[in-house]
Ligand binder design. Structure first.
Ligand SMILES: Cc1cc2nc3c(=O)[nH]c(=O)nc-3n(C[C@H](O)[C@H](O)[C@H](O)COP(=O)(O)OP(=O)(O)OC[C@H]3O[C@@H](n4cnc5c(N)ncnc54)[C@H](O)[C@@H]3O)c2cc1C
Length: 285
């Protein structure tokens, strides 16, 4: 398979490794460990992207990590990322204050291509922070709501305080979206569902024969959910999954994210389930 280095020559690849400077202009704490930041390019050049793509985001002096876009693809020059604080770099991003400069490379990777779902039903299935990479695709569908049939969002998270974008989920319901939420562990005040997100597939109202399904979450959740969608009758080519693998360069050079013939950073992260079903569950070294 021809890699980016061969396709573009060495110079453009070197250039692609140099981050652009973005200023942190807004920060919101979503849950105890998850926050959303808005970034503005310091050179005034807007950065376009398609829903599902990601950037390599750097906290200077600490490191660089892949983070998906979580905002609408047309936010007037501002980029939005929703990040869970899990380790060194995401912790440094969590500590960054409004006004600070961050580095950003990209956009990279494949998109959800929700336009393929036109005239049919679209089902989004998110686990935990997986709602963030799906959000730009949901917003794109809602901006052309009349072009789609039934739109369903199935969302599962650890516990009620971990629910992301809770107000927005309510708003989406008002825009003709069937939203079903479940948690792994309830709290005394929680009156909603408790259980796995994959179990919601049997309850949701969609026509499997005309459905495009987009799945994003922890890999074990993705595996069970994609299998449940196929069992319900969605064609494996019409189920798209988001593979999150450890990656370093983001441009198909270093091989950290390679699985079989796939470099997840350039061939993914969005891939048809039919193509990667056997890779889900393969442990990273
Ligand atoms: C294409 C892509 C898009 C992503 N989008 C988002 C996003 O929108 N929001 C978000 O919060 N996170 C996202 N991630 C995961 C994020 O990149 C990792 O959480 C981050 O790299 C951890 O770095 P760290 O230095 O903070 O933690 P580390 O100290 O490196 O690791 C902390 C823990 O996170 C695990 N981890 C490290 N890198 C990854 C990785 N790439 N994927 C999964 N687990 C990892 C480690 O195994 C370890 O258990 C995405 C990952 C990929 C590949």
């Amino acid at each position: 398979m021809q890699r980016l280095a061969e396709r573009q020559g060495v110079q453009p690849v070197v250039a692609a490794m140099v981050p652009r400077l973005f200023r942190l202009v807004h920060r919101r704490q979503d849950t105890a460990d998850t926050f959303t930041i808005q970034l503005k390019p310091t050179d005034g050049r807007p950065l376009g992207f398609i829903p599902g793509q990601f950037t390599m985001l750097s906290a200077f002096g600490v490191g660089e990590v892949p983070i998906s876009f979580s905002g609408a693809a047309h936010l007037g020059g501002l980029l939005q990322h929703t990040v869970r604080d899990v380790g060194a770099v995401t912790h440094a991003l969590a500590r960054a204050s409004v006004g600070e400069l961050l580095g950003l490379r990209g956009p990279y990777g494949t998109g959800w291509d929700v336009a393929d779902g036109r005239d049919g039903d679209v089902v989004f299935v998110a686990g935990g922070i997986g709602l963030a990479p799906l959000r730009p695709a949901v917003l794109e569908v809602l901006s052309h709501r009349q072009r789609y049939g039934r739109v369903v969002v199935l969302y599962g998270t650890r516990s009620p305080p971990d629910l992301l974008f809770a107000d927005e989920l309510k708003r989406w319901e008002g825009q003709g979206v069937e939203v079903l939420v479940t948690v792994d562990h309830g709290t005394p005040s929680w009156t909603g569902r408790v259980g796995r997100v994959a179990d919601l597939i049997a309850r949701a109202g969609f026509d499997p024969g005309s459905t495009l399904a987009l799945v994003c979450g922890p890999e074990i959740m993705t595996r069970f959910t994609a299998a449940a969608l196929v069992e319900r009758g969605v064609h494996p080519d019409r189920v798209r999954v988001y593979l999150e693998r450890n990656m370093r360069c983001g441009v198909g050079l270093c091989g950290h994210c390679q699985y079989r013939e796939l470099f997840v950073c350039v061939d993914g992260p969005v891939l048809p389930y039919a193509r990667v079903a056997d890779l889900l569950g393969v442990r990273e070294l």
